[in-house]
Design a protein around this ligand. Structure first.
Ligand SMILES: [Zn+2]
Length: 323
C-alpha cells in the first residue's frame, strides 16, 4: 500500500475499530480513577487490595485492550472488566439507563433483568466483604469495583434519551465532522458521537501532555479541599447515580446551543431504531466546540476525582477488620 492509502486505512481503523456501543471511560480515564483512589486508601486497605490482586492475577492469555505493561495492580485492574465484557456477558453492568427527565426515586425500575452499574457495585461489595468467598471472586470484585465506580461517573452512563446513552447522537467535535460507518451507513451510527467524546476525547484532550499518573496528581491536588465533603457524605451509590444523572442533563445535553428534546423512554437496538434516532440527531448538526470542551472538561475532571475518592471509600470500608 502506498503511504497515503495506508494512513487512510489506519485512520479509518482507529475510528471504526472501537466497539460500536463503547460504554466506558477510555483507558486513561479508568487508570486515572485507580491512581486517585490509591492516594486515599488506608494502609490496611492498600495491603488488602494488593494481596488479593497479587495472589489472584489476571489470566496472562487474556487480550488486554489497554495493554498490560503496568506494574501497578490497581491500574491494571481498572480496565479488565471491559476485556471480559463479552465472555462474561455483563455489558449492562457498566451503566444505568435512567431516562432523561427523571429526577428522583428508586433506581430499581431502571435496572433491568440483566443488571446495571448501581446493582453491580452493591453485589461486588458484598462478595468483597465476604471472608468466606472464593479469593478469586473477591479479587474480581475489586477489579469490577475499580472499573464500575469509574464508569458510573461518566455522565452518559447514568442517562438515556432513547439514544443508547448518546451513542446515537452524532456531533461535530472541534473540527471533526461526524461520519457514518462507511460499510454500513444504514445503521446510522456516526463517529464522533456524544458518548464517544465523553468516554475518551474530552478527557484525553484535557490531559494534554500529561499522562494518567501526572493527571491523577493534578486532579487530586485540585479537588483536595472538596474531597473531604465527598468522604463526609459517606457511601450512597444510588445518590451518586442521581447526582451524575443531573450533571448529564445540565452539562452534556443542555450545554449545546441547539436544543435536544426529551425522547421517548426506549432502548433502541441500533441507531436506525427509535424512529431513526441517529439520522434525526445528525440533522440537528450539534457542535461540541472549544467552549463545549472547556465546560465538559470541568465536569469530567470532577467526575474522575469523585470516582477516585469514592472508590477508595468503598475499598477502605471493605478492608476494615470486623471484630
Ligand atoms: Zn466499562
Amino acid at each position: 500500500m502506498n503511504r497515503r492509502l495506508s494512513m487512510l486505512v489506519a485512520v479509518l481503523a482507529a475510528i471504526f475499530c472501537t466497539p460500536p456501543f463503547a460504554r466506558a471511560w477510555g483507558c486513561k480515564g479508568h487508570q486515572t480513577v485507580a491512581l486517585i483512589a490509591e492516594k486515599h486508601l488506608t494502609p490496611e486497605a492498600r495491603q488488602f487490595v494488593e494481596k488479593l490482586l497479587g495472589e489472584n492475577p489476571i489470566d496472562p492469555k487474556l487480550k488486554r485492550w489497554c495493554g498490560n505493561a503496568t506494574p501497578d495492580v490497581m491500574v491494571d485492574a481498572s480496565t479488565w472488566p471491559d476485556d471480559v465484557r463479552n465472555e462474561r456477558r455483563n455489558g449492562p453492568w457498566h451503566y444505568i439507563d435512567i431516562p432523561r427527565g427523571k429526577h428522583k426515586g428508586s433506581l430499581e425500575e431502571y435496572c433491568g433483568a440483566d443488571g446495571c452499574v448501581t446493582r453491580a457495585i452493591e453485589e461486588q461489595r458484598i462478595i468483597l466483604k465476604d471472608k468466606s468467598a472464593d479469593p478469586l471472586k473477591r479479587a474480581e470484585a475489586i477489579r469490577y469495583l475499580i472499573h464500575f465506580v469509574g464508569d458510573m461517573h461518566q455522565p452518559l452512563h447514568a442517562i438515556n434519551n432513547g439514544d443508547n446513552g448518546g451513542n446515537c447522537v452524532p456531533v461535530k467535535y472541534l473540527h471533526h465532522e461526524p461520519l457514518p460507518n462507511p460499510q454500513h451507513p444504514e445503521r446510522e451510527d456516526y463517529s464522533p458521537n456524544l458518548h464517544q467524546i465523553w468516554d475518551t476525547e474530552i478527557v484525553e484532550r484535557d490531559m494534554e501532555v500529561s499522562n494518567p499518573h501526572r493527571y491523577a496528581d493534578e486532579l487530586d491536588e485540585k479537588f483536595r479541599a472538596q474531597s473531604a465533603s465527598w468522604v463526609a457524605a459517606d457511601i450512597h451509590v444510588e445518590n451518586w447515580a442521581w447526582e451524575v444523572h443531573e450533571l448529564a442533563e445540565a452539562e452534556v445535553y443542555d450545554a449545546f446551543s441547539a436544543r435536544i428534546p426529551v425522547e421517548p423512554d426506549v432502548k433502541p437496538k441500533g441507531c436506525s431504531d427509535n424512529n431513526h434516532i441517529g439520522k434525526r440527531m445528525f440533522e440537528k448538526h450539534l457542535v461540541a466546540d472549544e467552549a463545549y470542551q472547556t465546560r465538559a472538561a470541568k465536569a469530567a475532571e470532577t467526575g474522575l476525582a469523585k470516582a477516585g475518592v469514592r472508590l477508595a471509600m468503598i475499598l477502605n470500608d471493605a478492608a476494615k477488620t470486623h471484630p
